[in-house]
Design a protein around this ligand. Sequence first.
Ligand code: GLU
Length: 497
Amino acid sequence: MKVRTRIAPSPTGDPHVGTAYIALFNLCFARQHGGEFILRIEDTDQVRSSSESEQRILEALRWVGLQWDEGPDVGGDFGPYRQSERAEIYKEHSAKLLDAGHAFHCFCSSERLGELRKEQMANKQRVGYDGHCLSLSDDEIKAKLAAGESSVVRMKIPQEGVCKIQDTLRGEVEIEWLQVDMQVLVKADGLPTYHLANVVDDHLMEITHVIRGEEWISSAPKHILLYQYFGWQAPEFCHMPLLRNPDKSKLSKRKNPTSILFYQRMGYMAEALLNYLGRMGWSMPDEREQFSLEEMIKDFDLKRVSLGGPIFDKEKLDWLNGNWIRDLSEEEFSQRVLEWAINKQHLDPAIPLIQSRVEKFSDIAPLAGFMVSGLLDVTEASFEHKKLDKDAVRKVLQFVSWQVDVLFTWDKAHIEEGFSGLAEAMELKFRDFVFPLFVAISGKAASVSVMDAMVFLGPDLSRARIRHAVEVLGGVSKKETKRWDKEYQQLNIKKNS
Ligand code: GLU
């Protein structure tokens, strides 16, 4: 049997370092066994998925040096590799489950489900579907379907006993069936949920080993049961420990830049980032810190992954990256710098911002140096303003930071709309409101348009600079965060996406 592994990102945001981390382990495992590594796009969530995000994920994974053998861009014998192009396949499979009595139509309204949820929470019961529609007769179901009543398809779940999951790293894991919800498999719009699409595709794409983040372990019983319902052999499951912030919380963009593009823009070497991700929970037999992808593949052993949550620590990454950089020859170094940002493709979008503001080429570096920098050397004094005192500046920056944390579409129109709404809600003149942002983003009180600069820098670096500015101004205490968060929630800001 040929080993086949996969990475199955959902294109709903920026390419996450966690995706590269899981992809790396899948790739190493496949390569070491002479197998294949597949990339599948899980875009069943039509509202949150976008082709731009898919594009960025593919580019980021390629940049970092992970190449797949089959995928939406390179093709393969098991395509299509984008779930949105496989709707018919899922329809066929959900029909099979319904026919065999393993799944059922559910007509419950969102109001009923909301009430049920409230009641269960009040009674401190497990929140989940109560099986209401299981008691419908065949005739009732037919009549409802014929009348065009909205419905979903749910899977049946045993009401007693335990599900035993064999996990490569954990051995046998038991989850009581009572803890497992009667999962929706097909939504009211006829599209599958992650669970159905994922299992069907892993089977049809002949995936032998599912190596994924541990947040999916609670879904494993549903998946194992689906394999049984279909009469298929389940793949081997391996749930990898999650990457964590230094405070042990789950790696999140609120605390740490999580986008691969951030690390690219900061000028980390792809090899060093990959090397660092390889060190997350895994070690070389001789424990050395610096190794290439080829070396990792050669010595790879999934069993040497340790389950303690690996800490993604930027200082450690900086140290490792420094080692990689110093190992380059001078020729390689200059070539890498050119590839990194001193090239036409990277600079072209900045030209319209710069050209009208300079008189000599030598004016470019002082004006636009911030565009090729990491975190800026700002101090408390940089933020002095005649109308806004330090606290007001801190507050503007903190509120903006909350706003851009959830800004989904990162373009000028959305950033501008968000800022003008926030300035108005905070009862500040726009000119005063954007002052701290100019300083945080460009290091100066006046520069190229701050919104254009944020688009150029991208979400993660912009967020990191705003967060850095808050820190420079003394940070925000826990108590203050609570108070301000409440205030922020109460501001009547027009919500954008
Ligand atoms: N689409 C899921 C994700 O975004 C894939 C989970 C899995 O590997 O099964 O992480």
